[in-house]
Design a protein around this ligand. Structure first.
Ligand SMILES: Cc1cc2nc3c(=O)[nH]c(=O)nc-3n(C[C@H](O)[C@H](O)[C@H](O)COP(=O)(O)O)c2cc1C
Length: 237
C-alpha cells in the first residue's frame, strides 16, 4: 500500500481512564450524534416515554460504540465520513454493514463508487472523528473534492491526514487506525432517512495491538485505561 505523505497523526498517547470528551458545539446532535443528557422527557398517558426523535437519541446514545472513518474514492477523489453504525454481519461470506444518511455528501459517492474503506479509530484519533463528522462547508479541508491522494497532491477531504491506499480498491485507509477493511458493496436497503450498505470484505488488517479503541457514548468520546494486550493478559490469568 502506498503512503502519501500527510500531516502527521498525533503520537499514540497512553490511553486514559474513561475520560469523556464532549463533541464540539458545531457537531449538532442529529440522528447519528445522540445527545447526552437526562433520560427524563415527555411521557405518554400510560407513563411510557414518548418515542420521538429526542427520546430516541437519548436512548440509542446509551449504546456505546467504536468509531470508524468510512472512505470512498470517485475519479481519484478521496472522500471520508465518520460513522459509528459499522456492524459485522456474516462470516461466510465476510460481510459488514454501515448505515449512511441519505442527505450526507458521502452518500451518493459511496453508492456510485461501490467500494469503500473502514478505518477503526484508536483512542488517540478523536480528532479524525471530529474532522470527518463536520457538516458541509464547515469541513475545513474540503476543497470541493479536489486533489488526488494517489499523486500526493491535494487530497480532497483527506488533506492533512496520513493514509495508505487499499491494494484491492484504492480507497484511503487512515494511518494509526486499530484495523482497516476494504469492502465492495453487494447490497443496499432503504432504512428511513438512511441507506443500509452491505459490503463484502475484500481485504483487512489489524494494526497497533497495544492501542486502545476510541469509544462513543452519549455524544462524548471515551477511552479506556488498559491497552489491549494488558486486557488480554489480565483476562487469561
Ligand atoms: C461519532 C459519530 C458517528 C457518526 N455515525 C454516522 C453514521 O453511522 N452514519 C451517518 O450517516 N452519519 C454519521 N455521523 C454523522 C456524519 O459523520 C456527518 O453527518 C457527516 O460527516 C456530515 O457530512 P455532510 O455535510 O456531507 O452531510 C456520525 C458522526 C459522529 C460524530
Amino acid at each position: 500500500m502506498a503512503s502519501p505523505a500527510r500531516q502527521p497523526l498525533p503520537e499514540p498517547a497512553p490511553a486514559e481512564t474513561a475520560r469523556a470528551q464532549p463533541c464540539p458545539a458545531e457537531l449538532q446532535p442529529g440522528p447519528d450524534l445522540p445527545a447526552a443528557g437526562s433520560l427524563d422527557g415527555p411521557t405518554a398517558p400510560d407513563g411510557l416515554a414518548v418515542p420521538d426523535a429526542a427520546a430516541f437519541r437519548r436512548v440509542v446514545g446509551r449504546f456505546a460504540t467504536g468509531v470508524t472513518v468510512l472512505t470512498t474514492v470517485v475519479d481519484g477523489h478521496q472522500l471520508a465520513m465518520t460513522a459509528n453504525s459499522f456492524v459485522s454481519v456474516s462470516l461466510d461470506p465476510l460481510l459488514v454493514l454501515v448505515s449512511v444518511r441519505q442527505d450526507a455528501r458521502f452518500h451518493a459517492p459511496l453508492l456510485d463508487a461501490g467500494v469503500w474503506g473502514v478505518s477503526i479509530l484508536a483512542a488517540d484519533m478523536d480528532q479524525a472523528s471530529r474532522d470527518f463528522a463536520r457538516r458541509g462547508a464547515d469541513r475545513p479541508t474540503d476543497d470541493g473534492y479536489g486533489g488526488d491522494g494517489r499523486s500526493g497532491g491535494g487530497g480532497g477531504q483527506l488533506l492533512g491526514w496520513r493514509y495508505s491506499l487499499g491494494a484491492r480498491t484504492g480507497v484511503a485507509l487512515l494511518e494509526g487506525a486499530l484495523a482497516v477493511l476494504e469492502c465492495r458493496t453487494v447490497a443496499t436497503h432503504p432504512g428511513g432517512d438512511h441507506t443500509l450498505v452491505i459490503g463484502e470484505v475484500v481485504a483487512l488488517a489489524a494494526q497497533r495491538p497495544d492501542a486502545a479503541p476510541l469509544i462513543f457514548y452519549e455524544g462524548s468520546y471515551l477511552s479506556v485505561d488498559q491497552p489491549a494486550r494488558s486486557r488480554r493478559a489480565s483476562s487469561s490469568s
